[in-house]
Design a protein around this ligand. Structure first.
Ligand SMILES: Nc1ncnc2c1ncn2[C@@H]1O[C@H](COP(=O)(O)OP(=O)(O)OP(=O)(O)O)[C@@H](O)[C@H]1O
Length: 313
């Protein structure tokens, strides 16, 4: 469990984190979403005691980081995957970390196995691909078998196979009952990875909810209907105050759920060929919820475009 209360960080004139209050629950993957510069890394650094809050506090299992008796056994983090001596082997790097934290050597082999690096454990970490470096970073985070894990932009720059591996791994950690807090500016990736979302923009909390609630709240859900008696159906739905738009081969109905539309169709003896709820995407939700912040919106469009073009490729 991670809890932030009024967490604030000021760097000179920049208010990097502005009065954030939220909590992160165990047994779930919680996405920490916001565009570049929103304050995600600063927040995570404060969670790990690497930066001091200007005001407010953040606790892990009820205590600020510096009061934890066994920090590495309580919280593990992947902040920068390339933070490793390039000439050290993966095993030597982890052994060095383990020794300085009084963690037994057998745990090094365990974590190498967990992240699938056993076969390259003796190779120079400097020669690792980004995906392998991420795995090594995650192995380091797991060394103390912590209940709480923080990952800062873990899928940045990874190929689809690497992204899938990280996603499944996060789910596995949450299924083991751990608290998994993962930052990203990649909206569609977070929609697949996280069941809960903490969304920030310009240092401020925009929303905390489940991913499904976030999308449902922000996007207007519509229902697509196809029928050989479209005109009869259109009249009946209009009489019932639904909003209707015509699409190629049917109608797009808003302001009414599919159950009600089905009932109206049945009452009017209208045959339906399709009755399908259309859910908005996380990109749409993100744009809609944050759209009133000009600076935020500008940054966001770039991110959303990147995501959309990456998806189209
Ligand atoms: N050490 C620092 N000194 C001065 N300003 C800083 C420092 N660290 C962060 N900032 C500023 O604080 C704001 C939030 O930065 P932060 O890195 O936390 O955002 P972020 O959401 O993690 O973005 P990114 O995805 O680009 O890392 C930015 O305006 C950044 O320039």
């Amino acid at each position: 469990m991670i809890e932030a209360h009024g967490l604030t960080k000021r760097y000179g004139k920049t208010l990097a984190v502005d009065d954030l209050t939220f909590s992160v629950e165990p047994g779930r993957v919680t996405g920490f979403l916001g565009p570049n510069g929103a304050g995600k890394s600063t927040t995570m650094r404060m969670m790990l005691g690497l930066d001091n809050p200007t005001a407010g506090r953040v606790t892990i299992k009820g205590k600020p980081y510096h009061e934890l008796h066994h920090p590495l056994r309580t919280v593990g983090a992947l902040l920068d995957a390339k933070w490793v001596h390039p000439n050290r082997s993966a095993r030597a790097h982890l052994t060095w970390m383990a020794k300085s934290n009084r963690i037994p050597q057998r745990r090094v082999d365990e974590v190498l196995d967990i992240v699938g690096l056993t076969s390259v454990a003796g190779k120079r970490a400097g020669g690792f691909s980004l995906g392998m470096s991420q795995r090594l970073g995650i192995a380091g985070a797991l060394l103390g078998d912590p209940e709480v894990l923080l990952f800062d932009e873990p899928v940045n720059g990874l190929d689809p196979e690497g992204i899938l591996w990280i996603r499944k791994f996060m789910h596995r950690l949450a299924d083991e009952g751990r608290t998994v807090f993962v930052s990203s500016h990649l909206l569609s990736e977070m929609a697949l990875t996280a069941s809960d979302l903490v969304v920030i923009g310009k240092g401020k909390l925009i929303s905390q909810s489940t991913t499904d609630e976030f999308i449902a709240r922000a996007t207007e859900n519509t229902v697509k209907v196809r029928s050989p008696q479209l005109d009869v159906l259109r009249g009946a739905l209009t009489d019932a105050s639904a909003e209707i738009a015509s699409v190629d081969d049917g109608l797009l109905v808003s302001g009414m759920d599919s159950a009600k539309i089905g009932e109206i169709a049945a009452a009017n003896r209208v045959v339906l060929h399709e009755l399908s709820p259309q859910q908005g995407s996380l990109e749409q939700a993100f744009m809609q919820i944050t759209g009133d912040s000009v600076e935020y919106h500008t940054g966001l469009e770039t991110e959303a475009e990147q995501v959309l073009s990456a998806t189209a490729r």
